[in-house]
Design a binder for this molecule. Structure first.
Ligand code: SF4
Length: 186
């Protein structure tokens, strides 16, 4: 579904609030549209809200958010300089991955966020974001850490911060990828 041309970015979060374009709209508590610096050069794109995000209406505020904050701090990036969102704006029940039809229903919001904010760098946090924004056939373990230039932006695919809870070695990989992001800004 196309987002109407007249929908200005600053009005989008409010206009999205009543969205029922997919089944997740029936079970969410909050719609987590995204937040951050509207002049950001970097946009982070995660998967979908988890439990804490669903309660607060803010992205990356649960355990994965704390991990993300730590990685940002360690790599010299500031969360207040960044815009953060996800592919899907409502929490899938039980934190399952969003289904294909849910992604298709929601992704116009993400495309509109990118079109409006025009970040120089888009960091895809995890496989879903990377497949949605770069290439549906992409394998995150092979693509991570390598720049992709597309539609006037530089994309950096990396692992999702939550993946570190199952595999500590991924922390080094994510740090490495964020250091490339910082170097690219410099
Ligand atoms: S996930 Fe996206 S498309 Fe589905 S109801 Fe929420 S905002 Fe609408």
């Amino acid at each position: 579904m196309e987002i109407a041309e007249h929908m200005r970015f600053e009005n989008l979060p409010e206009q999205a609030q009543g969205c029922r374009r997919c089944a997740l709209g029936e079970t969410r508590r909050s719609l987590v549209f995204g937040e951050g610096n509207l002049q950001a050069q970097i946009m982070l794109v995660g998967e979908a809200p988890g439990e804490k995000e669903d309660v607060s209406g803010r992205p990356f505020v649960g355990p994965a958010g704390r991990m993300l904050n730590k990685i940002l701090e360690e790599t010299g990036l500031r969360r207040e300089d960044i815009y953060i969102t996800g592919v899907v704006k409502c929490r899938p029940p039980g934190n399952r991955l969003p289904k294909k039809d849910e992604v298709e229903a929601c992704v116009p919001f993400l495309h509109e966020q990118i079109r409006s904010l025009q970040p120089k760098i888009i960091v895809c946090l995890g496989s879903l974001a990377a497949k949605t924004l770069i290439d549906p056939k992409l394998k995150i373990s092979e693509a991570r850490g390598q720049w992709v230039v597309k539609d006037g932006a530089k994309f950096m695919p990396t692992y999702h911060p939550a993946s570190v809870f199952h595999d500590r070695e991924k922390l080094d990989a994510i740090r490495e990828d964020f250091l490339k992001v910082r170097e690219a800004l410099e």
